[in-house]
Design a protein around this ligand. Structure first.
Ligand code: SAH
Ligand code: SF4
Ligand code: F3S
Length: 470
């Protein structure tokens, strides 16, 4: 048993990151015939961790099921970014408990991901949810096989390290897609924005070695992958924690040189965005003209309290520089409304940036206090009602600009990577443009995984409609 500890999670020492090259294989018969059900919340990092978890489970004999009631093992990969994540977890645990008491008393229930790294969550599970068999943290995924093999059926086991973390290589993934792959380039975060829990749940910033990243991308290209997305909380701070390593612009160029057809990266922090990056994006046709550039707030006062390290003017000037240099680029953002004591004037500054930048789209959130973060200690005088009002106003403005931007696509022919069948209308497929616009059009399943030219016939706030162009 290892319980998480927020003080250890907060620590940053000058200890060098360890690079561990895994080489252990397991016997596929250990859990032969057993089924796993895996549910994932949160960001792409979690989605990709789930691909690792799936591969680990399959390596010891598990196969995947989509029906919770048929499972021998259920794993919940959780997100801790906002408080409402807790409600989702406890709601889902209720369902699992029901299955365990009424259908399968041997069901193994496991929780992992960022919530597992939270002290209060682990304590609550220990005290109030004894039927949960296993909790393992983001730093403990590499021990999953051992944790299951050595499980004591009569005891709850919580294995969560609060540490800076290592880098593991030779990880196997059971990827969800055969044409679109995630590639971690860095783990953790050292920015410690005052509202954010990620630096505590994911450890310090650890860059993978560029040789290992390139090798992984080359393998994906060889396996026929069309699109690769480089993943990290601050992709453009890549290499800063590693002496003699490439910087992000150099890495991006090297990855583009592998010949992957479509290259993307998330998330960029405005503070680490360099001119070199802009020119690399601009000059490589296979680097998609799409940048997700979180703003968080347009008020300098709030940005300072958030610890974001840029001003409104700096953000806007970076935004303009990217727009001017990268042809046809689309830029999206994240915005938090109602940071403690955000005034109407502060909020208006945010609206002002939105009116200036006219983002292609934005994810907007009401600030949610996260235990252990500095902002959670701030006394907040603004009511939830007022925050909701601001959020609606912001969303209206954002949707307006999304629609205006999408309308520019009318009549144009765009290249779409088809991802799947439209769930609401099975005669249609959907996919994304280079600029990350969702497009729906008539087509059949054999288009999935292909790049096709589509003429845009209708534009909405959140998607485009089109018809295939022969
Ligand atoms: N590393 C990325 C963001 C990761 S979290 C970056 O720095 O931009 C994704 C988004 O969740 C953030 O951009 C932020 O807008 C939002 N978020 C993070 N913590 C939050 C909190 N405590 N309350 C509300 N939104 C939050
Ligand atoms: Fe969180 Fe800030 Fe790190 Fe993004 S950069 S993960 S918002 S601490
Ligand atoms: Fe959530 Fe953890 Fe990602 S808190 S947003 S799953 S890094």
């Amino acid at each position: 048993m290892n319980l998480p500890n927020i003080n250890d999670a907060r620590k940053r020492t000058d200890k060098k990151t360890e690079y561990i090259y895994l080489d252990k294989d397991y016997d596929k018969n250990i859990f032969n015939g057993k089924k796993y059900y895996l549910k994932t919340y949160g960001c792409q990092m979690n989605v990709h961790d789930s691909e690792e978890i799936a591969a680990r489970l399959e390596s010891i004999g598990f196969t995947k099921v989509e029906d919770l009631e048929k499972a021998d093992l259920v794993i919940l990969n959780t997100c801790a970014i906002r408080e409402n994540a807790h409600d989702k977890l406890y709601g889902f645990l209720g369902r699992c408990k029901h299955v365990k008491t009424s259908i399968n008393k041997d069901l193994i229930i496991a929780i992992c991901g960022c919530m597992a790294q939270e002290e209060n969550v682990c304590n609550f599970i220990k005290e109030k949810h004894p039927y949960v068999d296993l909790v393992f943290g983001t730093h403990n995924i590499c021990d999953l096989e051992e944790l299951l093999i050595n499980k004591d059926n009569n005891k709850q086991n919580i294995e969560v390290y609060s540490c800076e973390g290592n880098v593991y290589e030779n990880i196997k993934y059971s990827r969800d897609s055969k044409f679109k792959g995630w590639v971690n380039i860095q783990y953790g975060c050292d920015k410690f924005c005052t509202y954010c829990i990620v630096p505590y749940t994911r450890g310090k910033q650890r860059s993978r070695k560029s040789v290992d990243i390139i090798k992984e991308v080359e393998e994906l290209v060889k396996d026929g992958y069309i699109e690769v997305t480089l993943l990290g909380q601050n992709v453009n701070a890549y290499g800063k924690d590693l002496d003699g390593e490439l910087n992000f612009a150099e890495l991006l160029q090297k990855v583009a040189d592998t010949g992957i057809k479509r290259l993307r990266f998330v998330t960029s922090h405005p503070w680490d965005f360099t001119d070199d990056m802009i020119s690399v994006i601009a000059k490589n046709d296979n680097i998609m003209p799409y940048v997700h550039l979180p703003l968080q707030s347009g008020s300098d006062r709030i940005l300072k309290l958030m610890g974001r390290r840029y001003t409104k003017e700096e953000y806007i000037s970076l935004f303009n520089k990217i727009k001017e240099n990268v042809d046809n680029v689309s830029i999206t953002t994240d915005i938090i409304v109602g940071f403690p004591n955000e005034t109407v004037e502060d909020f208006n500054e945010t609206l002002d940036v939105v009116n200036t930048c006219k983002f292609d789209s934005a994810f907007t959130f009401i600030y949610s206090p996260r235990e252990g973060t500095p902002a959670a200690k701030m006394v907040d005088e603004v009511s939830l009602e007022e925050k909701e009002k601001r959020l609606y106003e912001l969303n209206d403005l954002i949707n307006n600009y999304s629609l205006l931007n999408n309308k520019k696509y009318l009549g144009k022919v765009v290249e779409v990577l088809v991802e799947g069948i439209n769930e609401k209308d099975n005669s249609k497929v959907f996919g994304y443009t280079d600029t990350m616009k969702l497009v729906n059009f008539e087509g059949s399943i054999d288009l999935v995984g292909k790049l096709v030219n589509v003429e845009i016939t209708d534009a909405k706030s959140f998607s485009l409609d089109g018809k295939i162009k022969e």
